[in-house]
Design a protein around this ligand. Structure first.
Ligand code: F6P
Length: 341
């Protein structure tokens, strides 16, 4: 069998470890050949390939990013995109695809499977918001980076008796902010799932200031204040929510004014996606890659590899993408215990 591999959507530490594991198991144990498609779904649409074999995946385990490059190209949004994939696969003698990606990439894999293309999916996102899997690789690395950032921000915040607001990635789900907020000992943690009252946030910071303490506020890029509290100088979107990328600055400005404390804001942004994966993510990515090789070998198409408890299992791809896995309110309560002075 000849198997194509691609990575789509935002990159994520651990992608290369999946590629390495799938190629090594599939070639060594089953005798399959592999070929890399570059730039996500753009690769099979345009026939852009790169060799993949035992040797080309040497030294990949600890490398961040993806050797296959990535894009957000969607064949269902391009005229003739699906037909082009089928033609290029036939021309190249590719029998099946391993698609490594998030909601969009795996959504395409579901549709392609229904349209007769043999696909299996491997879930990836630092956001940890795919359903049917307890964790996605990349999440642990991103949380560790954000936690280290908070640890470092503490010493400077305390030295200057300041409040520092740290904006963490996550447009729709607050998993990274929740975990980094708890691990870094943030005094307030704000996530997209729970609207916040900026006055209460400022009151917590003020209470701490009066007790002679600095503060750290962790905020997801997709968090928003309750209605009526963010309408300021057009810094809101059509829904009255603070625009993405601006919430950290907005929260910092409001705290400065309301709590009368010197405040700074930092956006961690793509720092959280770069660099080498943690050992946890390397192992998880490897296990998912090994399982993907097994699934393709067995002809078990339309399945997504998933971590449930300590086991790697296969579920229909759409079960991973139909509903976003957001932070339950009771989990948010874990962080709320630590709000205030
Ligand atoms: O989905 C991963 C993610 O890093 C989100 O947390 C973030 O909102 C988004 O991607 C950023 O996307 P881009 O790299 O296109 O700016």
């Amino acid at each position: 069998m000849r198997i194509g591999v691609l990575t789509g959507g935002g990159d994520c530490p651990g992608l290369n470890a999946v590629i390495r594991a799938a190629v090594r198991k599939g070639s060594k144990e089953y005798g399959h050949e592999f070929i890399g498609f570059k730039f996500g779904w753009k690769g099979p649409i345009e026939g852009i390939t790169t060799p993949l074999d035992w040797d080309t995946v040497e030294n990949l385990l600890d490398q961040g990013g993806t050797i296959l490059h990535s894009s957000r190209t969607n064949p269902y949004k391009i005229e003739g995109g699906v037909e082009a994939i089928k033609k290029n696969m036939a021309d190249l003698g590719v029998d099946a695809l391993i698609a490594i990606g998030g909601e969009d990439t795996l959504g395409v894999a579901t549709k392609l499977t229904a349209d007769g293309v043999n696909c299996v999916g491997v879930p990836k996102t630092i956001d940890n918001d795919l359903s049917g899997t307890d964790y996605t690789f990349g999440f642990d690395t991103a949380v560790n980076i954000a936690t280290e950032a908070i640890d470092r921000l503490w010493t400077t915040a305390e030295s200057h008796d300041r409040c520092i607001v740290v904006e963490i990635m996550g447009r729709h789900a607050g998993w990274m902010t929740l975990h980094a907020g708890i691990a870094g000992g943030a005094n307030v943690t704000l996530i997209p799932e729970v609207e916040f009252d900026i006055q209460k946030v400022a009151d917590f910071v003020k209470e701490r200031k009066e007790a002679g303490k600095a503060s750290i506020v962790a905020v997801s890029e997709g968090a928003h204040a309750i209605e009526g509290m963010v309408l300021k100088d057009g810094e809101v979107d059509a829904f009255g929510h603070v625009k993405l990328g601006g919430v950290g600055d907005w929260v910092a400005a409001e705290i400065k004014e309301r709590a009368e404390i010197e405040t700074r804001a930092i956006i961690l942004g793509h720092l959280q996606r770069g660099g080498t994966p943690t050992a946890f993510d390397r192992v998880l990515a490897t296990r998912l890659g090994l399982e993907a090789a097994d699934a393709v070998n067995e002809g078990d198409f339309g399945k997504m590899m998933a971590l449930q408890g300590t086991n790697v299992v296969r579920i229909p791809i759409h079960e991973g993408t139909d509903v976003l896995k957001t932070v339950p309110v009771e989990r948010y309560a874990d962080a709320e215990v630590f709000f205030g002075a």
